[in-house]
Design a protein around this ligand. Sequence first.
Ligand code: ATP
Ligand code: MG
Length: 431
Amino acid sequence: MSATKLQAVRGMNDILPPESDWWEEFEERVRTWARAYGYRPIRTPIVEPTALFKRAIGEVTDIVEKEMYSFEDVLNGEHLTLRPEGTAGCVRAVIEHNLLFQGPQRLYYLGPMFRHERPQKGRYRQFHQVGIEALGFAGPDIDAELILMGARLWDELGLQDVRLEINSLGSSEERTAHRRALVEYFRARYDELDEDGKRRLERNPLRILDSKNPAMQELIEGAPRLLDFLGEESRVHFERVLALIEAAGVPYRINPRLVRGLDYYNRTVFEWVTPRLGAQATICAGGRYDGLIEQLGGRPAPAAGFAIGVERLLLLWQMSGGNVTPKVPDVYVVHQGERAEAVAFQLAERLRDLGLDVVLHCGGGSFKSQMKKADASGAALALILGEDEVDSGTVGLKPLRQEAPQQRVAIEACEDAVMQWLYGQEEGDGA
Ligand code: ATP
Ligand code: MG
């Protein structure tokens, strides 16, 4: 038998302790934060019909053209794709289950996304997003709410050097007028376009503005600006968003070149960027996508949302001096002998009934080696059970984080004694 070494797929990471403690802490904070704004969780499948993404994201986008993990289900020939983002699936589910009949919906989700990109720091093939979607809201108020949400989360995490860039993509008519001007402009300078640019010129010229090719930047700088093509309604909407976030004290920079890599956006688009992560500068991106629900077969309804790149955010959190202390158990139970083992099992369960985190030593060994493990676990207390203790109906209690002698307490009094040690006088007497 040949034993080839099995490894994770390139660009797809295992998240191990203590790194995983950061993830859990972040996810807990995200749930609390989303709830604080009235957003409710939605869970959709990781695999969706390929057609969903083609229709939602757009055929001529980097994601659909070259980044999707698509495959044919060998059992029935269906064309499937590992989700490259969460909005399409969320909107599909909202339509499929008529959620908007009950009124507008504030939803959030959190999970893995898949894109076949060149792996590098902050860019992976399996990565994670937190998605926030507000469906059925037309006004600039919800756009502002989405931006304030981001600002609050960065603030709570103590993130440094995060800036908001914002733009308006207007309506589709306004984009058509702009597009015409854009095509004219680029046609007149066709030779200066790179290969991608030439390809995009006829099919999706707006995306040329999103090019990351440094050689194209000067050409792009001089291109007609969409902001100059906005009609009255779009302008008023955009100005109201800006007024609301300004009133909330969130600084921003209007970036007329901000177009986003997905086709479904209109009006407000924004990105939260940081200079600290090199080329992977965007930690969060989103905007309004009023046409998407209808485009996917639902009754027309406006919507807006954003997605946070979790890996990038965690990198920045760590760079900003974020501090996540791994959770340690309250109590580590050491024991020797079969009778003591049985008591130890019972005692550990009783302490867990009280809500404590308890590690029960497994695997035997001398008291000395067990106490070493107890110490290394970070637990505040060790409980010690041997033949002597069982015979006398007691348990040894040894504080591990401060100099204090080992005590012996009656087994019935053990829970009280442990609570006393962990939470002090007030809690014990309080009630
Ligand atoms: P980029 O321009 O960096 O490729 P994008 O415009 O493709 O980003 P979106 O589709 O808007 O990204 O996704 C929202 C966020 O998800 C991004 O701002 C980023 O933080 C994160 N993200 C996107 N692709 C990846 C990836 N391959 N690896 C890690 N994070 C990613
Ligand atoms: Mg991308």
